[in-house]
Design a protein around this ligand. Structure first.
Ligand SMILES: Cc1cc2nc3c(=O)[nH]c(=O)nc-3n(C[C@H](O)[C@H](O)[C@H](O)COP(=O)(O)OP(=O)(O)OC[C@H]3O[C@@H](n4cnc5c(N)ncnc54)[C@H](O)[C@@H]3O)c2cc1C
Length: 422
């Protein structure tokens, strides 16, 4: 029996783009739209069949708070636009205090929105199409082609077979740093708790929805693993998963799916169905870059000269951070950048960085950096920070948080500090 095979194939370039964005999650869509708005040719590659990543496919349909917790909005940009857009045709859960924008008076009510993952995904497709971004669905970016730290393009696998697309800049928004890891950039592997949550409906829940007039009431939570961000509900017999090998991904999904069915079997027999199952593993972290800077909780309230956006904590009031460009890049890789959950951070600081609102605005910031690097013919790590920050600010993104928002008590709750995952 043959023990190994070697596959070699000469690939001609199918098309050349200024910017290729790999991964159509929320960070990737934000990056693609931003680069296109600046007049660049953009290819967006998505391995599934809808846009939005964990925010749609993964059923994580909640914009976590985008404010200080005292009525001041921190995260805006495309995130603000999408929050409003996501409330247009389905359920609008934006709190009354925030319905018309930032409240006039201080409030402890936080600015959040839960949305329909599927209607929102359709809206994203419409936006990408109308913007003129080339979008390839069901198309996996399998390999970056590297020459001395420079990525000349991306090899893809799809129904068309193996193809090659050339690029001036590549933005890796796979969430898993797939492209950057394969380019040789150092990365850090995470550890995930056991989570697999979906939505069911029953005759009774539909009746409730009919009574309330709110379709959201028709959905009942259904779960295999149900571990929280902090590891609560982690089953004792379940391992923690990195999610970076096909064996781990498959074991995680198989165990979770069997557990979900076991739980259903234990319940009273009902006329019901599962309306939504996560179509990508609900891993919070698989792999993120070990970039030129790693954000930690020591950076809370710190200003950075190369900040590309200010972000707030979703779980604790007042907590603010800035994200330096260096969290998205690595010296020696002149045309590669990341955004979203594969940005460089550790512990709870990384949790603050990876959730949906920061993923969106880091996507925009990465695109602005890529566009500027192309226009000025410099490495992405050497862009003019002043010009970059001006452009990012013109996208309605806060680059530096105002000092008057920093509280006297700067301590962070111990649960956040002790979170213990990387
Ligand atoms: C259990 C759980 C609960 C969470 N709860 C919340 C919450 O309540 N609110 C919140 O704001 N955030 C929450 N988050 C975090 C948030 O969902 C993610 O961090 C965020 O959506 C990440 O966005 P992204 O665009 O960086 O990556 P992803 O959403 O992971 O998008 C990556 C995209 O790239 C595609 N892709 C991957 N590899 C390739 C490839 N090789 N070729 C082509 N395409 C590829 C994927 O299909 C996907 O569409 C939660 C996460 C989890 C797992």
């Amino acid at each position: 029996m043959k023990k190994s095979v070697t596959v070699t194939q000469e690939l001609s370039c199918k098309k050349e783009y200024d910017i290729i964005v790999v991964g159509g999650g929320l960070a990737g869509v934000a990056a693609a739209l931003t680069a296109k708005k600046r007049g660049k040719s953009v290819l967006l590659l998505e391995k599934s069949t809808i846009l939005g990543g964990l925010g749609t496919l993964g059923l994580i349909n909640l914009f976590v708070p985008m404010c200080t917790g005292r009525g001041k909005q921190i995260i805006k940009g495309l995130c603000e636009e999408w929050v409003r857009m996501s409330a247009e045709y389905c359920y609008d859960t934006i709190p009354d205090e925030w319905k018309d924008g930032e409240p006039k008076e201080p409030t402890l009510i936080r600015y959040v929105q839960r949305y329909s993952p599927y209607i929102f995904a359709l809206q994203l497709t419409e936006q990408v199409k109308n913007a003129g971004v080339d979008l390839l669905f069901d198309c996996i970016a399998s390999q970056p082609v590297m020459e001395d730290g420079h990525c000349i393009g991306i090899v893809t696998e799809s129904k068309s077979g193996r193809e090659f697309f050339a690029a001036g800049m590549v933005i890796d928004t796979t969430g898993d740093a797939d492209v950057l890891r394969r380019s040789g950039m150092p990365t850090v592997t995470g550890q995930n708790y056991f989570t697999y949550t979906g939505k069911a409906i029953s005759v009774e829940s539909c009746r409730k929805a009919a009574e309330s007039g709110n379709i959201y009431d028709a959905f009942i939570g259904v779960a295999g693993g149900n571990a929280s961000l902090y590891g609560h509900n982690q089953p004792e017999d379940a391992p923690r998963y990195s999610g970076t090998t096909v064996d781990e991904v498959s074991d995680y999904l198989i165990r979770n799916q069997v557990l979900m069915l076991d739980k259903i079997k234990e319940q009273e027999r009902l006329s019901r169905d599962i309306a939504m199952l996560p179509m990508m593993p609900q891993f919070r972290t698989t792999c993120h870059i070990d970039g030129d800077y790693t954000l930690t909780t020591d950076d809370i309230y710190k200003h950075f000269d190369d900040s590309v956006c200010a972000i707030n904590d979703f779980d604790h009031r007042d907590v603010l951070m800035e994200v330096p460009l260096r969290c998205l890049t690595k010296k020696g890789f002149d045309n590669l950048i990341t955004a979203g959950r594969s940005a460089g951070g550790a512990g709870y600081a990384w949790d603050m960085l990876r959730v949906i609102p920061p993923a969106i605005i880091t996507g925009q910031a990465a695109a602005e950096a890529a566009v500027l690097a192309l226009e000025t013919n410099v490495a992405i790590t050497d862009v003019d920070i002043g010009i970059l920050q001006e452009r990012i600010a013109s996208d309605n993104i806060m680059v530096h948080f105002p000092d008057e928002l920093v509280p006297e008590d700067r301590s962070l709750p111990s649960e956040a500090v002790d979170i213990g995952h990387i």
